[in-house]
Write a protein that binds this ligand. Structure first.
Ligand SMILES: NC(=O)c1ccc[n+]([C@@H]2O[C@H](COP(=O)([O-])OP(=O)(O)OC[C@H]3O[C@@H](n4cnc5c(N)ncnc54)[C@H](O)[C@@H]3O)[C@@H](O)[C@H]2O)c1
Length: 252
């Protein structure tokens, strides 16, 4: 798949990794349609960046997702790439040091946004992609899910996040098999520690400790690193059904 002329739908594209992908698309002659919360910086991003369109969408609301995908098809005619970067990462121990147990509401909300929301976007977008005329190798589209190193290894204080991200990993090969009959590929990225608004608020000492977790290179990942990987996925048609760690060899 060529980036030039492509249409990419990016959830959570108002900032961080998703915005990196939107920028990569427009810098290389593509178009980005960003689905993010009304309260996110997505509107300002779209206004200041040519060829980026914002459709306010809560991915956990099925009616909003259906309508956003329909609007994208009606405005742009097709969706070639879908990147599911919308996500939340609440921190809570299953039983904390004071003996309080994990909120079930927080667990359910995290699954609802990170997993059910992603699946809802996938099913709607894949339905639309299946109508694309086939390109190179009979390809009709590419779906990229954003998991996490936590989805592979678990992370203390992140039961809900780990469950949601692990499920996206489990789905990768399954989705690639299901969607193969339509020429749609599915890839998942499991980032380590990326310098995005998700890390906002941490102090310098904590940041240095996070950098130190990366074996080599000793720096946090960036939205540009992530976007470059997505570009590779687009261009190398043989990549399918795989989870790629983007983590400088870190282990949590
Ligand atoms: N930053 C990291 O270190 C890191 C590591 C591993 C995985 N990830 C994953 O990468 C993805 C992108 O995160 P990021 O680091 O760019 O953080 P981010 O907070 O900048 O981006 C997440 C985006 O998702 C949006 N969002 C949240 N809930 C939503 C909802 N219900 N509907 C629509 N949009 C919603 C937010 O508004 C935000 O723009 C997330 O799925 C995150 O779990 C991040």
């Amino acid at each position: 798949m060529k980036v030039a002329g492509s249409v990419g739908l990016v959830t959570g594209g108002g900032g961080g990794l998703g915005a990196g992908v939107a920028r990569m698309l427009v810098d290389n002659g593509g178009h980005a349609v960003v689905l993010d919360l009304e309260s996110s910086p997505a509107a300002a991003f779209a206004t200041s960046t040519p060829n980026v369109t914002f459709i306010p969408t809560n991915v956990a609301d099925p009616e909003q997702v259906r309508s956003a995908v329909e609007q994208t098809i009606s405005d742009k005619g097709r969706i070639d790439l879908c990147v599911n970067a919308a996500g939340i990462s609440p921190a809570q121990r299953v039983v904390d040091r004071k003996g309080s147990i994990h909120s079930l509401d927080v667990f359910e909300k995290t699954i609802d946004v990170n997993l059910v929301g992603a699946f809802d976007v996938i099913r709607n977008v894949a339905g639309a992609m299946s109508k694309n005329p086939p390109g190179e190798d009979g390809e009709r589209g590419l779906i990229v899910n954003v998991s996490s190193a936590a989805g592979l290894e678990g992370q203390a204080g992140q039961a809900a996040y780990t469950a949601s991200k692990g499920a996206l990993i489990a789905l990768t090969l399954q989705l690639a098999r299901d969607l193969s009959i339509h020429g749609i590929r599915v890839m998942t990225v499991a980032p380590g520690i990326m310098d995005t608004p998700m890390l906002a608020g941490i102090d310098d000492e904590r940041r240095a400790a996070l950098v130190d977790l990366h074996v080599f290179p000793k720096r946090l990942g960036t939205p540009a690193d992530f976007a470059h990987l997505v570009k590779c996925f687009m261009e190398v048609t043989l990549l399918n059904g795989e989870v790629v760690r983007l983590d400088a060899a870190t282990r949590l």
